[in-house]
Ligand binder design. Structure first.
Ligand SMILES: Cc1ncc(COP(=O)(O)O)c(C=O)c1O
Length: 408
């Protein structure tokens, strides 16, 4: 897609976040679009109703499940951030994964998934898709285009990518994988949650971009939403038809919250990127740490690909501790922290932490690290305070190390 065809492409990122999704809407003079709730939409005549129905692929107000002005305002902003043309809002990030998988796969098809994929995506493939007679095979996330071709079959309909993986942070060579997938007629679906704004999927060959808006778009850990963005009319029809057939619907109140979150996405991402890098660099210099899995750090796994394809980094990264620390010791670290909440998800204004070692399922032999791993999400707090908190955590980690390792 050419840059000049992208919505609002001539405007800067922060300007688009401030202005998109507001023009041409019924705001009654207020700055923000209202929360538009409703199931039934009334029409003065049957002819008017027929005209409304014909706008199935447009931003029509026909029936609640097709979305209201609040949904469409959010869709406009998300499509612009992703660099696509149309977006379908669904009830969660996981819904944004499963809906396009169902749109582009049918019984008898084959799907290729990175071994590093978000756990519930793997569960969906191994249960739901498997029952549908869709076979999934998992590939090493570092695979190149030529090797992907070897893994493709005559019935491979979808090549899925998630870059970087949200627990283990492998960066994928998306353009090479997309070229290989397209050469054999497969669609490329990408979970682009980590790279929201920083990775422009449609400039790298992706057909459908999946976004857990629950994360940085919402930004306040109080909303669950997903966005499925495309840059092509035929893909749009497939996604839209599937979402409507599944009854995928999100509350307009939640859309309104996400729209409000998006207005400050740019400043939050800038700040969280800087703080995340500062904290990750500090951790990388600590003797307790074997490796920091942060693609923006020189020397980190995937750094070269990140530098080539991304314009920045969010504030979610992993830390692998020295092998003599046990998973129980990393648990002590996590519990000693007071500014990092122990919990799933990420992208809010607050810092989070989660040991990842026991969460990781792998079947393609990838993702083996040299020690126990912990995932950190850096929020909007002062990095110096977070580092002081981590000092306390590392003391707790050392206290739980086997004696032989602490006093060699
Ligand atoms: C990479 C990734 N994709 C999708 C999701 C699913 O998002 P949600 O929690 O909104 O279902 C998550 C949630 O953690 C995630 O990390």
């Amino acid at each position: 897609m050419q840059d000049d065809q992208l919505p609002g492409a001539s405007l800067g990122f922060h300007t688009r976040l401030s202005h998109l999704g507001r023009t041409g809407r019924e705001t009654l003079g207020f700055v923000n679009p209202p929360v538009m709730r409703g199931s039934t939409v009334l029409y003065p005549t049957m002819a008017d109703r027929r005209a409304g129905m014909s706008k199935r692929y447009d931003q029509a107000l026909v029936y609640g499940t097709m979305g209201s002005g609040t949904h469409h305002a959010l869709e406009d902003v998300v499509a612009s951030v992703e660099g696509g043309t149309r977006c379908q809002i669904v009830s969660s990030g996981l819904g944004a994964v499963t809906t396009p998988l169902l749109a582009f796969l049918k019984a008898g098809d084959h799907c290729l998934m990175p071994d590093s994929v978000y756990g519930p995506t793997r569960i969906f493939c191994d249960t739901f898709l498997s029952r549908m007679n869709v076979e999934t095979t998992y590939y090493e996330p570092e695979l190149g285009g030529a090797d992907l071709l070897d893994r493709m079959r005559g019935n491979t309909a979808v090549v899925f990518v998630e870059s970087p993986g949200s627990h283990t942070f492998e960066v994928q060579d998306v353009p090479a994988l997309a070229e290989a997938a397209h050469a054999r007629g497969a669609k490329v679906l990408m979970d682009n949650t980590w790279g929201f704004h920083f990775f422009q999927p449609f400039r790298h060959g992706v057909d459908v971009s999946i976004q857990a808006l629950t994360k940085y778009a919402g930004g306040h850990s109080d909303v669950l939403l997903g966005g499925i963005t495309v840059a092509d009319d035929a893909n749009w029809r497939r996604v839209r038809d599937t979402a409507l057939a599944l009854g995928q619907y999100a509350s307009p109140d939640d859309c309104w919250l996400a729209l409000r979150g998006l207005r400050t996405l740019g400043v939050r991402l800038d700040r969280q990127m800087q703080s995340g890098i500062e904290v990750a660099l500090w951790l990388s210099a600590r003797p307790e740490v074997l490796q920091v899995l942060h693609p923006a750090l020189p020397g980190a796994p995937g750094h070269a690909l990140w530098k080539r394809d991304f314009s920045g980094a969010c504030s979610l990264f992993g830390v692998v501790f020295q092998p003599h620390y046990t998973p129980e010791a990393t648990q002590a670290l996590v519990e000693a922290l007071s500014l990092f909440g122990i919990g799933a998800s990420w992208g809010g204004y607050e810092s989070l932490v989660l040991p990842t070692t026991n969460f990781i399922t792998r079947t393609a032999g990838s993702g083996r690290f040299g020690g126990p791993a912990v995932r950190f999400h850096v929020g909007l707090e002062e990095p110096a305070d977070l580092i002081a908190d981590l000092e306390r955590g590392l003391s707790a980690l050392r206290e739980h190390a086997p004696q032989a390792a602490t006093n060699p």
